[in-house]
Write a protein that binds this ligand. Structure first.
Ligand code: ATP
Ligand code: MG
Length: 317
């Protein structure tokens, strides 16, 4: 089976208890939960039985240990996750707003995650990788950008493929070098996985169809647009496939896009048709939102298959 590698931030996520809770005031919080977009993606792909590995860095602390344990327990290769004494693992505090938006306080760039590098372990991991996944949120510093571009090149040299989820938070887009780096990654992308407005960061177009057409003209093989509870749409030149969202009770939306992406890419690498990969990915995303904590709703291949059969039978009867 093809091996997926990603590089980027490992963090713990700590979320506000109440809707519209201010992070500028003392209040009740939940967590820490293992998190970080590339870590969630790799954890979901690993849980599906895909060979996976992550290039990242954590501090020598409980938060780092929790993340490493989670990834290792689910079968991911953590040999290129370096542990730094005297540094703290990254953190992301999140508060949900009543309008569905989210407010974050991040400590990533100045955390241990900022120290990720292409050392011997990362080189060894990349030497066995068939696919590289990029999370836009991971392009947070010059150093992180260099690691990711090196990862892309290593995998492309081996004849591998690249997927890219822009995953941009408004707090991040103006970081130095971010915009340029997003375009550099895009130029090497085979599968592009934006959600909602992220599609329009890179295009002049103002409607979905023209924006997608613009992206496909750049040489991207397929664009998969994520639409939250409404599901997702797959586009390739001359073909379009839509999948409805599964009906679930949303407890915590964070991580849905990462789990969706991991589901889609894993099935795509196994040679599945877009219809099947899209439905499977939607099921990964739907299950992800049913638990508090970005990795807590990650399900196994068998659990996802069972969920799809149940949902399909339910809607047929
Ligand atoms: P995030 O960046 O927060 O991880 P995203 O914006 O990248 O998320 P979404 O569109 O929110 O991605 O979610 C990805 C996929 O997960 C959707 O396309 C859908 O299939 C599934 N999904 C998300 N939320 C729900 C929901 N409430 N009910 C059912 N399915 C959902
Ligand atoms: Mg996302």
């Amino acid at each position: 089976m093809k091996k997926i590698v990603s590089a980027g931030e490992i963090v713990v996520e700590i979320m506000a208890d109440q809707l519209d809770q201010s992070l500028a005031k003392p209040g009740l919080l939940h967590g820490p939960f293992p998190s970080g977009a590339p870590a969630i993606f790799i954890a979901q792909a690993a849980r599906l039985g895909q060979p996976t590995g992550l290039i990242s860095a954590v501090g020598e602390d409980d938060f780092g240990q929790m993340n490493i344990d989670r990834l290792r327990d689910w079968g991911a290769d953590v040999s290129a996750v370096t542990v730094h004494k005297g540094q703290a693992t990254g953190t992301a505090f999140v508060a949900y707003r009543a309008d569905g938006s989210r407010h974050f306080v991040f400590n990533i760039k100045n955390s241990a995650a900022g120290l990720m590098e292409i050392g011997y372990a990362a080189q060894a991991l990349l030497a066995g990788a068939d696919h590289f996944h990029v999370m836009g949120s991971s392009l947070f510093s010059e150093r992180a950008i260099a690691v990711i571009l090196a990862g892309i090149e290593a995998v492309k040299r081996r004849g591998g493929t690249v997927s890219f989820d822009p995953n941009i938070r408004k707090e991040m887009i103006e970081l130095p070098g971010m915009r340029e780096a997003l375009y550099q990654v895009l130029a090497r992308t085979d599968l592009f996985l934006p959600s909602g407005e992220e599609l329009f960061i890179f295009t002049k177009a103002e409607d979905e169809a023209s924006a997608v057409a613009e992206m496909l003209q750049r040489g991207i093989s397929a664009v998969i647009v994520k639409k939250g509870s409404e599901g997702a749409v797959y586009y390739e030149p001359h073909r379009q496939v839509a999948a409805a969202g599964f009906s679930v009770r949303e407890v915590d939306p964070t991580g849905a896009g990462d789990c969706f992406g991991a589901g889609f890419v894993s099935l795509w690498l196994r040679g599945a048709q877009p219809e099947e990969a899209l439905k499977f990915a939607c099921a990964c995303g739907a299950l992800a939102v049913t638990r508090k904590g970005p990795m807590e709703g990650i399900a196994t291949f068998a659990e996802i298959q069972a969920f799809i059969s149940e949902a399909t039978e339910g809607s047929a009867s």
